[in-house]
Structures are given as structure tokens and as C-alpha cells.
Design a protein around this ligand. Sequence first.
Ligand code: AMP
Ligand code: MG
Length: 344
Amino acid sequence: MPIIHASELNQKKIQELIHTTIKSGGLCVFPTETVYGIGADATQDEAVKKIFIAKGRPSDNPLIVHLSSKKDLTQCVREIPEIAYPLMDEFWPGPLTLVFKKSPSISPLVTGGLDTVGIRIPSSILAQQVIQAAGVPLCAPSANISGKPSATLFSHVLDDFKDRVDLLIDGGKVTIGLESTVLDLTTPIPTLLRPGAITQKMIEDVLKVSILDATKDYIEGIPKSPGMKYKHYAPSGELSLVKGDFNQVIQYLTDAIVKNENIGIIAPKEYIDKLKGKHLLSMGSILDPNEIGSNLFSALRTMDQQHIQTIYIPVLDDQDLGQAIMNRLLKAASYRIIDLSEAR
Ligand code: AMP
Ligand code: MG
């Protein structure tokens, strides 16, 4: 199982290795600007099946098809609605997946049986080199065992897939650290299916119309029963989100540490600075949502490595990039929220 470092990628021999691996139906893990992806030839059913097996992913969860150029789009989709053009012009290459009606050349295995396909052109030069070298559309879900936090560091990839894929490309830490925004363009009004670094506002500013938000499948403040159906990005320990104003949350977490010193707390630096405990992990400043987004999954994985059974994270602002951050946190916590504002 060869491991290639990013710095070697422009070498012809390496590009040939990627081409050979993908063309022979193998799996290649590579970094994108969002998270690490596990790629296979989207045109080979046997290769696509290997992805679902390697990840333990339910077969009805569709894979995103990654291209290196817009010119390859027509081979994957049946039609390109007018509304897609300004979005592609503005956000491709980049962390936006657009859902189109699929062309017959895309196997239903890729799309989980759906008649639609999600397509993205990553902005990461490394990812583009990999897709170009492969010479075919690559279906590439996040490179994590299904249900676990996505991989944002190469060490995460090794934890999940060492010896289980054919080729691994080490690009260090990814820049964004949250999966792409997914926008469905097959509905009468474009529908946000997953928030990401391309925010709802950025999309609406380009389209000059409101889009539908189908991502809030929870009622804010009211904990939903932790349906396994929603389990996603989850650490092994039990994660709860703590909702309240800054001082209330600090007080709650301080008391929680007194009761049990083995709990883990992941929070913006401003919170961590006010706490004393054994397992405190800063995600960066609350003033820098990009930093928080990029460290989120890594922090969840660190808690697992330290075998922390009980984890708390404060509820954060859900505007702009915060929409994606809170979406991941709520799923990771199976919607468990301790609402301190209700206790007042
Ligand atoms: P991942 O590949 O792990 O980043 O997950 C891909 C996400 O995109 C999943 O949440 C899928 O449900 C979503 N997705 C991919 N293709 C489609 C599609 N054709 N229609 C709706 N959602 C999709
Ligand atoms: Mg995923």
C-alpha cells in the first residue's frame, strides 16, 4: 500500500501510479480542500462497491462525483439548469456540490439508486492533479469509516484505512475541514442539503433569490431523541452540546469537571481559557470560525484517542460558516442539547 507525499505528486511516475490504481479498480485516498476523500473510478461498479465496503457505508447513501474540469460535466448529467451556471462560475472549483439529474452513464450504485448525482470540482490543486491523473470521474466520499468524524489530517486516514486501500496521498492538514456544501438543483427551488464553507448567504447573493434550507431537521433547543438514523461524525464517547450565555456555560462546565474530572471539553479558546481540567481542547478563537471549522473533526477524534466517555461542547453561533459547524456538532451529538436558558 504505497504512501505518496504531496510534494512528489507532480512527478510523472506518481501520476502513472494513480492512473494505474484507479483504472484497475483500486481505491486511492487523497486530500481535498474540504476533507480527505476516498476515490474510485465512478464508471466501474466493482470499484464503487469497494468504497462502500471499505467505509462500511450504507448502500443508499450516494457518493459525490469529483471532476477536474467543467467540460466533463456533460458526460455525467442529463441537463444543466440555467440556475447552475452562475453558481458554477462563482464557486467552481471549490467546496460546493451541485445535485443534477444523472446521465445513464452514472451507475445507480454511485447515486444510491437515486436518479440524481452530486458533482463537485475541488479547488485543491492536489485533488485536481489526482482526478486528472485518474483520467475518469472519481466518486469520492469522505475518507472515514462510516459514522466517524471525517478525516482532516493524514493520521486520521491512517487510523481508518491503513492497509485497506491501494494508495494513500499525504497532503497534511486540509484547509477547510468541513465537507462541501450540497445544493440540490433538481427541485423547483434550489435546496440546501448540507451546509458548508459556501454558505447559504453566499449562494443567495449569487442567485439573488432565497433557497430552501432542508438541513435543519431538528427543533432548536429541544433535544431530539438520539435516533441512530442521525448518527454521524460521532465520537465514541457521549457528546452533549451546552446551550446558554457565556457565563452560564462556563459555570455549568466548571461544575461538571468538579463532579467528574475525566470529562472532555472541546470549545473555542475563550471558553477553555476560563476552565481548569484534564481534558480541555481548544478549537481556536470564537472570532475565527474558519479555524474552528478546520479543527472540529480533529478535536472529536482526539477525544476518542484519549478514551473520553463524556464530552461537552458549547452551542456556537449558527450564522454563516457557523451553520455548517453547528450542523456537524448537532449530528455528532445526536441532537443532545443541555439548554441552560430553560433553567432560568
Ligand atoms: P460524503 O461523500 O461522505 O461527503 O457524503 C456525501 C453527502 O452528499 C451525503 O450526505 C449524501 O447524502 C449527499 N449526496 C450525494 N449525492 C447526492 C444526491 N444525488 N442527492 C442528494 N444528496 C446527495
Ligand atoms: Mg462523509
